[in-house]
Design a protein around this ligand. Structure first.
Ligand code: HEC
Ligand code: HEC
Length: 494
């Protein structure tokens, strides 16, 4: 019988009908995560959810969504679960008890992609009882396993029991698993930048509307969470984005620190740096500062860890420890040239001198062009478009001109226009702020937010053009447009 099952799995996994296994990049937490069952730490805000959970064996009942996130640092793997649940119940309080009968989350981790069958399990019910197993080819201990140093809390932690109540809406779990628990299987502890592991995240149990769901889908015909062949793949990556509010030089106001480059920032220095960069650094980073196979883009409109000349110089001269970024092994003068080049790639509008009369530009913004109808600056204006109070520190002058004069090739997230009618006959015209398989959040033209269930939608249309007009090259005089750009280039949050 066992042999038959194994053959079945082998046949079923690659076959049609099985959905592709999901992938997820685990970013590093660059601020502390406090394990208190609340996912309110600043770090969590930077991590994207792993993606939708699959109801592999669904027959009937509501498919309540789960939002799960994973992060890491040198010591721990962090997992956060936010479980929508209108019927929360849990009774098991004994360590290693049968928690999966209760409302429960599970995490199965296989730290070595060449041995996915070696996996470790963490099952936690809503009141914070945990069950662990070590399912590996080397384990000869009892059926249960004692991981070291795991810290975890649920939002209902420590209750003697939890019965369903009409107030039930959601519960959450936060846990930190020390990497040292995986030292027998993981290729590196802590993982190295780029390392891949396999894992699955699940939910199960409860009394009313008990549903099983998993992040990585389980192929048809198999009815078990214990299917390591179907685990998704995760990759340990750096946290490339530093939240705007955390970057100290931004808090001080002006876009960037002054240049300390002994070679200056003349165009010849920049050109020499460009050639050196393109010949020495593109094994990992992309040509002309774009993203490469093994290194991040050095030129992009995002927020960097290193913004001063000195920090860039030191990263290139000494490498960045704990990452793939090696010391350059170039003479200091060459490094300074590369620094000048990287700085030139990153220049935003506020670093440049954008000519024009900014005061008149403010007038154009408020009256003639009526940009404030959709955009806010310093707390005044509309909400359909992004807040432009800091736009001079986020975009180059060229980006700003392009935004005003050419149609968007891709509409950014949060600004997709939508027109829909609901089953009850209501018509809504606005932008999609958020959506998933079950619902949409739409902001209409009077900035009201509508939360709409997909089942209530009768007709829906997604216009291909952004609400951002692209005609200002024609509708404004060249002088007005230049003044408007001068005004925008100086919008840097103080
Ligand atoms: C072996 C691959 C590799 C090579 C070669 C390499 N880099 Fe990197 N570099 C990386 C990785 C990976 C990172 C991200 C490090 C981290 O996680 O902080 C990085 C980060 C950087 C950063 C920091 C980005 C920031 O603002 O935080 C700079 C600057 C940089 N590299 C410049 C260079 C230059 C210049 C060269 C050539 C002299 C070079 N790198 C060669 C892999 C590489
Ligand atoms: C009808 C509403 C509307 C009006 C009027 C409007 N915008 Fe926009 N704008 C948007 C929306 C929505 C976006 C975001 C979607 C996009 O980028 O396509 C946007 C994006 C932008 C961006 C890009 C922001 C970024 O982060 O890259 C800039 C810059 C901008 N608008 C400036 C202006 C200026 C200046 C005016 C007046 C001359 C103006 N907008 C008028 C709706 C509007």
């Amino acid at each position: 019988m066992l042999a038959v099952a194994v053959v079945l799995i082998a046949i079923l996994l690659p076959s049609a009908g099985a959905e592709p296994l999901p992938r997820y990049d685990i970013i590093r937490a660059n601020s502390p995560i406090v394990i208190d069952g609340k996912l309110d730490d600043a770090a969590w805000q930077q991590a994207p959810p792993v993606g939708e959970f699959h109801f592999n064996w669904w027959k009937e009942g509501e498919r309540e969504p789960t939002i799960a996130k994973i992060m890491w640092d040198n010591d721990n793997l962090y997992v956060g679960y936010f479980c929508h649940d209108k019927h929360i119940s849990a009774a098991v309080t004994q360590r290693h008890g049968p928690v999966s009968k209760d409302d429960c989350v599970e995490i199965f981790i296989s730290p070595n992609t060449s041995k996915p069958k070696n996996y470790y399990t963490f099952e936690i019910n809503a009141i914070g009882t945990m069950l662990n197993r070590c399912r590996t080819d080397w384990w000869s201990g009892p059926p249960t396993w004692e991981p070291e140093g795991v810290a975890y809390r649920t939002s209902l932690h420590g209750l003697a029991g939890k019965q369903e109540s009409p107030q039930d809406e959601h519960w959450s779990v936060e846990l930190a698993i020390p990497f040292r628990n995986f030292v027998r299987d993981a290729p590196h502890i802590p993982p190295q930048f780029g390392d891949e592991w396999r894992l699955n995240l699940m939910r199960t149990g409860g009394v009313t509307n008990a549903q099983d769901s998993t992040w990585s889908p389980i192929p048809p015909g198999i009815h078990s969470f214990h299917t390591p062949e179907a685990f998704g793949t995760v990759r340990f990556v750096n946290s490339p984005v530093v939240a705007l509010a955390q970057a100290p030089e931004r808090r001080r106001g002006r876009g960037r620190p002054a240049s300390t480059n002994p070679l200056g920032r003349g165009s010849e220095v920049i050109e020499a740096g460009r050639r050196l960069y393109n010949s020495s650094c593109t094994v990992c980073h992309g040509l002309e500062g774009t993203v490469g196979d093994r290194g991040p883009a050095l030129a992009a409109t995002r927020r960097y860890l290193r913004t001063s000349d000195d920090d860039l110089f030191s990263a290139i001269k000494n490498g960045i420890s704990g990452t793939l970024m090696p010391p350059a092994g170039l003479p200091d003068n060459d490094i300074w040239k590369i620094v000048a080049y990287i700085r030139s790639l990153r220049a935003t509008a506020s670093d440049e001198f954008v000519p024009g009369n900014a005061e008149h530009g403010a007038e154009v913004f408020r009256s003639k062009a009526d940009c404030s109808q959709c955009h806010m600056i310093d707390g005044q204006g509309g909400l359909l478009g992004p807040d432009l109070s800091n736009i001079g520190a986020e975009r180059s002058a060229r980006d700003l001109r392009t935004a005003l004069t050419t149609p968007r090739p891709v509409i950014p997230r949060g600004y997709q226009p939508v027109r829909l009618t609901t089953a009850s006959g209501e018509r809504i015209d606005g932008v999609v702020k958020n959506e998933d398989n079950f619902s949409l959040q739409v902001m209409d033209r009077s900035y009201r937010i509508h939360l709409i269930n997909r089942t209530e939608v009768k007709t829906i249309e997604y216009p291909k053009e952004s609400l951002m007009p692209s005609h200002y090259g024609q509708s404004l005089s060249a002088g007005d447009l230049q003044d408007l750009l001068a005004f925008l280039s100086r919008r840097v949050r103080q």
